[in-house]
Design a protein around this ligand. Structure first.
Ligand code: FAD
Length: 438
């Protein structure tokens, strides 16, 4: 088995010995969790092989700190940390999302109302630059801007080869309580109350319809009278409608949406009996990658996360119900723990008082011929000062894009870590290459 240093040396040599100036992308061990884009130009790229960076290097239960390589999946991380009664600050919904991809893409989930994204728990990164140098980036060293800019910039600034991050105490079970509301205003009030009080361990929600708003409150528990799993016959989001409370083993809680959030198929008992186990999101993503040549991108349902400033939620829903009115939706409150360096000053200035954003996840909305829902959402979000995740289909013009993402910070770091632009710039990668236009 190779040591971490040997693996890093191999990747550095691969970059240093490269003669081509064409763009590269990364070869990883597990599938990429992006909304499938059959025309993505990256399928044709030369690959830098980072597929062996999959080890957890240490878990320090006293200091509650973990050091790990970027290809470690959240399921493997959870297994290692729960043994010590610890968990990461934020665990995204799918088992095989990796911690490196999580930092580069900016992951969130039901602990984000308190802690922000997974990257907000990170203390240090080891980074391989495009020219094969290794640098250490931390919030308080000479590479502090690089540290902050690695978040949400989708691997366009360098390869994160080692991460050091904090852990929180965890217990074996999660007790769920489902608070039910019939109006957006009551739902907002309840979300804000828990956000301010920080009185629960987990908070997210399912909006079943304009009259049925469920806030899913979770708290760690030492024991449980029973526990349910949501990986086969039972569907988690439907249970939030039917139940008042529930108990789930902590590891099952973290991946309660592995079979999908609101886009779970099949839904019938017989369908789930025969296909429920195999129709998990990771399997579907793997299949789509294999069959991509035969898939019409226009037929892939809309899958997108929209980050809306809390003060604009009512305005957003007035627009959404007129224009789309697709339900159910996933509601994930997200605390902006700092004015993130990768977001433009202009965007933050639009919402000066907003410390809480809500991720409204629209998963599985059927497309309508002739209507570009992604573009309609971009236009509305630009009006509201919201942010759309880049993992989906993006139609921003370059000028619009850099009013949301921070061009000045981005260019400063890019010139240091990828002067020849072999990882592509963020706009090209997410708005052009992924649509096959690069
Ligand atoms: C169906 C679905 C559900 C999702 N649910 C959630 C959710 O609940 N919560 C959430 O927060 N997110 C969610 N996501 C988004 C997901 O977390 C991000 O897309 C994340 O970036 C995926 O990580 P990955 O490990 O699959 O990495 P990849 O998809 O392989 O990579 C993501 C980006 O990071 C770059 N990258 C990967 N590894 C490295 C590295 N070592 N160094 C530098 N850059 C790197 C890649 O180049 C790529 O641009 C979901 C996505 C999908 C498709």
């Amino acid at each position: 088995m190779q040591s971490h240093e040997q693996k890093v040396d191999r990747i550095c040599a691969e970059l240093k010995n490269r003669t081509s100036t064409k763009p590269v992308s990364f070869k990883k061990k597990v599938v990429s969790h992006q909304v499938p884009k059959p025309k993505d130009g990256r399928y044709l790229d030369e690959k830098i092989d980072i597929s062996d960076l999959n080890d957890i290097i240490s878990v320090d239960p006293e200091k509650r700190i973990c050091v790990a390589e970027p290809g470690v999946t959240f399921i493997d991380l959870i297994k290692a940390t729960l043994k010590h009664g610890l968990a990461p600050f934020t665990v995204p919904e799918l088992k095989t999302i990796t911690i490196g991809g999580g930092v580069a893409g900016g992951t969130l989930e039901s602990m984000s109302y308190k802690f922000g994204g997974f990257h907000d728990s990170c203390l240090e990164y080891e980074v391989i630059t495009a020219v094969g140098d290794v640098i250490i980036c931390a919030p308080d060293n000479q590479n502090s801007l690089i540290f902050q800019m690695l978040h949400g910039t989708f691997g366009t600034l360098g390869i994160i080869s080692k991460l050091t991050f904090k852990l929180v105490p965890a217990k074996p079970f999660v007790k769920m309580t489902y608070e039910k509301y019939t109006s957006l205003e009551d739902y907002k009030e309840a979300t804000w109350r828990h956000y301010k009080a920080r009185d629960v361990d987990f908070m997210d929600g399912i909006i079943h319809s304009p009259k049925e708003w469920v806030l899913c409150i979770g708290n760690f528990a030492d024991t449980a009278p029973y526990s349910h799993k949501y990986d086969w016959l039972r569907i988690f989001y439907i249970s939030t409608k039917e139940r008042k409370e529930d108990y789930i083993k902590t590891s099952d809680y973290f991946f309660r949406y592995e079979q999908g959030v609101t886009n779970v198929f099949p839904k019938s008992f017989l369908g789930r009996l025969f296909f429920g186990k195999i129709m998990g999101t990771t399997n579907v993503l793997n299949l789509v990658v294999k069959l991509r040549r035969f898939i019409n991108p226009e037929r892939i349902p809309v899958t997108i996360d929209l980050f809306i400033p809390f003060s604009k939620i009512t305005a957003f829903f007035e627009w959404y119900q007129k224009e789309m009115s697709f339900f159910p939706l996933w509601w994930v409150p997200y605390k902006i723990v700092r004015r993130y360096e990768w977001i433009s000053k202009e965007l933050f200035d639009k919402n000066p008082g907003d410390e809480l954003f809500i991720d409204i996840a629209i998963y599985g909305m059927p497309r309508k011929k002739g209507t570009n829902y992604y573009r309609l959402m971009e236009e509305e979000l630009m009006r509201l000062g919201g942010i759309k995740t880049l993992i989906s289909n993006n139609f921003y013009s370059e000028e619009e894009f850099w009013k949301i993402w921070n061009k000045q910070n981005y260019n400063t770091v890019k010139s240091q870590t990828d002067p020849n632009n072999i990882f592509r710039d963020l706009y090209t990668k997410t708005c052009k290459t992924m649509r096959g236009l690069d």
